[in-house]
Design a protein around this ligand. Structure first.
Ligand SMILES: [Zn+2]
Length: 62
């Protein structure tokens, strides 16, 4: 990857801040399990990348 290409990538903190808008929002995942963002001991989330994102909890992802 060239220096110019690397500049296109934003730091993880910016992703964290974007997802911060989902604070305490509740969702049913593609695997059928439930997710509440920013909940201690709540389900963890795997995002499968692609033209359409898929959202699976870690229990179903491995
Ligand atoms: Zn699941």
């Amino acid at each position: 990857m060239t220096k110019e290409q690397k500049k296109a990538y934003r730091p993880t903190q910016e992703l964290r801040e974007l997802l911060g808008t989902l604070n305490h929002e509740k969702f049913v995942l593609d695997c059928g399990h439930y997710l509440t963002f920013n909940e201690v001991l709540g389900n963890n989330l795997i995002i499968y990348n692609g033209t359409e994102l898929r959202f699976i909890c870690t229990e179903c992802g491995y």
